[in-house]
Write a protein that binds this ligand. Structure first.
Ligand code: NAD
Length: 352
């Protein structure tokens, strides 16, 4: 397969971690006979420095012309004082809306080797966790009509049928290639938009008979995530509920440097990035954990290119390297071997 990938290294540790992810993608491509072509794209603080804009039109156009986008992270103290419409983070919003990415995938995987980092008790997490939160990304209360005066303020939560249908369909497709269990989270006892949401989930479940479906109120879901997280496989929910629940789910794994994410649209083009930020405190020091970005490459192969064996090769290599006791400093513990960013990338390539 030929793959054209836009690389948005961004700021801070962005270049450090993307370099390792590229090495891993090259290694997988070589092993499985694929061709990868990279287009470097400037976005975030680096683009502000050069073009006085966090996402120049040319950068967006290049991303649109590629098969997929791999992003490091953007932002840092250097740009804290720029005007709010020009902040580096605007590049992320610009890419999501410019590429019409309405579906956010946030896996929360807890590796048995990193159990100590999990704030939950051993008997709750057992041999590890593997949850996927599917969050609607471009609708709902964050994008509804809003307003305020001196003494009142309002935000509107509304969803159209087609907006719900497309995210719910993605979630069913994802549940199908995972554990075949889908939990839809809503607040149907209070919200009209949740009633429409639930109707659509129930109707669509008729087309996905192999997927077991259940519904939870959002308050209960938040509680169940810490009480009995192993009951979850794939969770689908609205923009705001997903924002909150995906952060909660990631925190129960305990390690920010390990978690990838994906933003998908209706076609195959997606944007893949670690969930952490640009970590300016450790930029360029060869200590950042590249695993979240390397696992973002695995998600890209799985969700944009449908290359399951290739994705699994990366997942397994990460598991094997952890099993051998190699750790970057953020996940280091006694009796393990501390390695830098580059060495971690090299070890994962070797394991592939
Ligand atoms: P952060 O995620 O960058 O860092 C939080 C802490 O985690 C820091 O101590 C950092 O050193 C550590 N950390 C993060 N990633 C790590 C990794 N891969 N390996 C080891 N340690 C890691 O969050 P922050 O400090 O709140 O934000 C820093 C900058 O990043 C800000 O400008 C913020 O706006 C930006 N940001 C960008 C994104 C993005 O690009 N998607 C997301 C969040 C924050």
């Amino acid at each position: 397969m030929d793959m054209k990938i836009a690389l948005v290294k961004g700021d801070g540790i962005g270049p450090d971690i993307i370099d390792e992810a590229v090495k891993v993608l090259d290694k997988v491509a070589k092993k499985f006979n694929h061709n990868v072509e990279y287009k470097e794209v400037l976005a975030g603080g680096v683009a502000i420095d050069k073009f006085n804009h966090p996402l120049p039109q040319e950068s967006l156009d290049t991303c649109k012309a590629c098969d997929s986008v791999l992003l490091g992270a953007v932002g840092g103290p250097k740009w804290d004082n720029v005007a709010s419409e020009l902040r580096p983070e605007k590049a992320l919003l610009g890419l999501r809306s410019g590429l019409n990415l309405f579906c956010n995938l946030r896996p929360a995987v807890m590796y048995p080797q990193l159990k100590d980092a999990c704030p939950l008790k051993d008997e709750i997490i057992g041999d590890g966790l593997d949850i996927m939160v599917v969050r609607e990304l471009t609708g709902g209360i964050y994008f509804g009509k809003r307003g305020r005066d001196e003494d009142s303020a309002y935000d509107t939560l509304s969803y159209r049928r087609d907006e719900i249908e497309r995210i719910v369909k993605k979630a069913f497709e994802i549940a199908l290639i995972r554990g075949k269990k889908l939990t839809s989270v809503d607040k149907v006892n209070i919200l009209n938009s949740s009633q429409l949401w639930r109707e659509i989930v129930n109707k669509m479940s008729e087309d996905y008979k192999d997927v077991e479906v259940n519904h939870l109120y959002v308050d209960n879901a938040a509680m169940q995530l810490v009480r009995n997280p192993k009951q979850f496989d794939t969770i689908v929910t609205t923009n705001m509920f997903g924002d909150i629940l995906s952060d909660e789910a990631s925190q129960i794994t305990g390690s920010i440097g390990m978690l990838p994410s994906a933003s998908l649209g209706s076609g195959t083009l997606g944007m893949y990035e670690p969930i952490h930020g640009s970590a300016p405190d450790i930029a360029g020091l060869d200590i950042a954990n590249p695993i979240a970005t390397i696992l973002s490459v695995s998600m890209m192969l799985r969700y944009s290119f449908n290359l399951e064996a290739e994705a699994k090769a990366i997942d397994q290599a990460v598991f094997d390297v952890l099993e051998k006791g190699y750790r970057t400093s953020d996940i280091y513990s006694a009796n393990t071997t501390k390695v830098g960013t580059k060495e971690m990338g090299r070890l994962i390539c070797e394991a592939i």
